[in-house]
Design a protein around this ligand. Structure first.
Ligand code: 4NP
Length: 156
């Protein structure tokens, strides 16, 4: 099984959107049996909450399910459980690297680093910008490229 964890600051806006969209893409490609997909936040302020209203609205519009999803904080064991830990911005990567320390861990990187033909590297936080459309667009391209990478690396 390929374990994929999307990470942002609060786990209510960006990473749940990425989780729901990636799960849908993997389903559409008939690859669900190969994946365990989840998301988590660096902070635990919204533990147990459903995705943010803006994320829900956008996912509803696109017909993508977020049923049963609730926010949780990253745990130490996530670092070794997940093969790919995909962060939304550089700050998240910094926090993840300090949690991971020098111990054994797999891939920790930024979603938009998979999008080489775009200068933007961080998915802006819509909790502050209010721009969920922009986040959706960036995540759409990011997960598309990321899935291509994962399929190649895992011979899928
Ligand atoms: P997210 O957005 O990291 O995309 O889920 C945020 C949500 C909540 C907070 C910050 C960012 N917060 O400070 O509560």
């Amino acid at each position: 099984m390929i374990h994929v964890l999307f990470v942002c600051l609060g786990n209510i806006c960006r990473s749940p959107m990425a989780e729901a969209m990636f799960r849908k893409k993997v389903e559409d490609e008939g690859l669900s049996e190969h994946f365990v997909i989840d998301s988590a936040g660096i902070g635990g302020w919204h533990q147990g909450s459903p995705p943010h209203e803006g994320t829900r609205k956008l996912l509803d519009e696109k017909g993508i399910s977020y049923e049963g999803m609730s926010a949780r904080q990253i745990m130490d064991e996530d670092i070794t459980t997940y093969d790919y830990i995909i962060a939304m911005d550089a700050e998240n990567v910094g926090a993840l690297r300090s949690i991971a320390g020098y111990g054994k861990h797999h891939f920790i990187g930024r979603l938009l680093d998979f999008v080489e033909d775009d200068d933007r590297d961080d998915v802006p936080d819509p909790y502050y910008t209010g721009n969920f459309e922009e986040v959706h667009e960036l995540i759409e391209t990011g997960i598309d490229r990321f899935l291509t990478y994962v399929k190649k690396e895992n011979d899928l």
